[in-house]
Design a protein around this ligand. Structure first.
Ligand code: XMP
Length: 505
């Protein structure tokens, strides 16, 4: 296995994912957790990037002994600078920061890390400090125009460092570099998603034993995969709770109930539409809305758990993008995902269990297939926990829920009928908080505008707006304004993420 020591960079789970793509098991632990090295005895260690400077006040630096264990180490960005600094090289702030795509030249043809890598290629840089002089016994293996040490190594001690980010797709040779590092570590490349499933089920079994578990099940792929993992681990001690918060898509509650009452699971459906709407009355701030919805979910789960009695664990299908966007460690809060940053301070369970916390969406789908979930669940487009609550900009009312449900149902129906849904990662209608003037029949209208969104993405951390054929869009627009009373205008969102996000709030 490869151990990733996390110094707080934005792309750190991508590093883990690249290792998994090489079929090697990988764990990410906080950089302060050097004890993990002795506990896990990894075949290789990766030191990640991070926002710190080696000269910062409460900076975390790897101890010198780490480099003396004989385990291959790859330092990336800050991890590279930390390696250079601890081993006696020189790291200094640069006069020009390098940010974005940068030309890199490999200057040591014998480097195992760069075996098969083009001599000149493009890499993703994001740094202000840089290594000016490599430590003793190190050779410089790559340079850029502004970076005298874009990569360095001491092959005899199996220490490697790159100033750029090989984990980001913009680094053209990134995958090859990871593959080379895996070879340097002599890893067996035998990890599969089935190994994740087996290991997770075994861990859950030993953690939970004969305890009772409640699983928050929305019917989406993440919570469904989490529920099946748990059911394999604890059997009938699991109860799955589906909360209808009144902010679901049209007919969704009935559909989810129909699917899951067919599984061999304890399944409880709670109709909580009125209490969620009451709590949201008059609230317009997106973060407040998210927090109210997140808290109310927990209160409903607590009530169900009291009825069952002696439930210790609450299981959520949280995945990695939920965690990172809610602000993990030193990363910024983008939005408080209902199941992470939206949780209340007090949660009346012994523990919240999140077996998918480190996976990306496409990896969760793979795990779902491993577990034998049907394709229509595995391939469901994601639907956020706060539901239409974050697709209605501003205050949520029952009337606005109806508008967005009806518009969204038409959009989904037409997109599926045209057969363009297969390529889309996510597509939906949202209700803007904007009213504008229209003319219908011979009369004036002053009604809401619906925004349509469709995106292409695999990791949901970045996304591109999809180009839906114009005839499909115009059919959707026509049907929405004709069939949904209260809407007189339909807009299409062409923005990518970043700078926008996929959802509107
Ligand atoms: P954004 O809007 O952040 O969305 O670009 C990225 C992905 O996450 C989903 N999303 C959520 N899922 N709880 C969830 O379960 C949430 O609070 C939440 N907020 C966003 C969103 O639908 C998209 O797939």
């Amino acid at each position: 296995m490869i151990l990733v020591l996390d110094f707080g960079g934005q792309y750190n789970q991508l590093i883990a994912r690249r290792v998994r793509e090489n079929h090697v098991y990988c764990e990410v632990h906080a950089a302060s957790n050097f004890d993990k090295v002795r506990e896990l005895r990894p075949e290789g260690i990766i030191l990640t990037g991070g926002p710190q400077s080696v000269y910062g006040s409460d900076v975390s630096l790897p101890p010198r002994e780490l480099f003396e264990l004989g385990i291959p180490i790859l330092g990336i960005c800050y991890g590279a600078q930390a390696m250079a600094h601890v081993l006696g090289g020189t790291v200094k702030p640069a006069t020009v920061s390098e940010y974005g795509k940068t030309d890199v030249e490999v200057v040591d043809g014998a480097s195992k890390l760069f075996a098969g890598v083009e001599k000149k290629s493009v890499a993703w840089m994001s740094h202000t400090d840089r290594i000016f002089a490599a430590p003793e016994n190190f050779t410089v293996t790559a340079v850029t125009k502004d970076c005298p040490v874009a990569a360095m190594e001491d092959a005899s001690r199996k220490l490697y460092a790159v100033q750029f980010h090989p984990e980001v797709v913009h680094t053209v040779e990134g995958m090859k570099i990871f593959s080379n590092f895996v070879d340097i570590c002599n890893c067996a490349r035998n990890w599969q998603m089935s190994s994740f499933v087996a290991k997770t089920v075994a861990e859950l079994k030993s953690k939970i034993g004969g305890g009772k578990v409640l699983c928050a099940l929305s019917g989406g792929v993440d919570s469904s995969v989490a529920a099946v993992l748990l059911s394999k681990a604890v059997g009938k001690n699991l109860t799955c709770v589906f909360v209808d918060h009144g902010l679901l898509r049209k007919n969704e509650a009935a559909e989810v109930k129909a699917v899951f009452s067919g599984f061999d699971l304890n399944f409880v459906a709670v109709d909580a539409a009125e209490r969620f709407l009451n709590k949201l009355r008059g609230v317009t701030d997106p973060e407040r809305k998210r927090k109210i919805i997140g808290e109310e979910f927990i209160r409903v789960f607590e009530e169900v758990s009291k009825k069952i009695g002696a439930v210790d664990y609450l299981v959520q299908g949280t995945i990695y993008p939920d965690v990172i966007e809610s602000g993990l460690g030193k990363s910024a809060v983008i939005k408080s995902h209902h199941n992470v940053g939206g949780l209340p301070d007090f949660v009346d369970f012994k523990e919240i269990v999140e077996p998918l916390r480190l996976l990306f969406k496409d990896e969760v789908r793979q795990a779902g297939r491993e577990l034998g979930l049907p394709e229509h669940i595995v391939n469901r487009q994601p639907f956020p926990g706060p539901g239409l609550g974050i697709r209605i900009i501003g205050e949520v009312t029952a009337e606005k829920v109806r508008l967005v449900q009806d518009a969204d149902a038409i959009y989904r129906e037409e997109v599926a009928r045209a057969g363009v849904d297969k390529n889309l990662a996510q597509y939906f209608a949202a209700l803007t908080n904007m009213r504008s003037v229209g003319v219908m029949g011979d009369g004036r209208t002053y009604d809401f505008a619906i925004a349509l969104r469709a995106v292409l993405t695999s990791d949901f951390m970045t996304a591109e707006a999809a180009q839906i054929p114009w005839d499909v869009l115009s059919r959707v627009a026509n049907r929405i304004v004709n069939e949904v009373k209260g809407v007189n205008r339909v807009l299409y969102d062409c923005t990518s993420k970043p700078p926008a996000t996929i959802e509107f709030e």
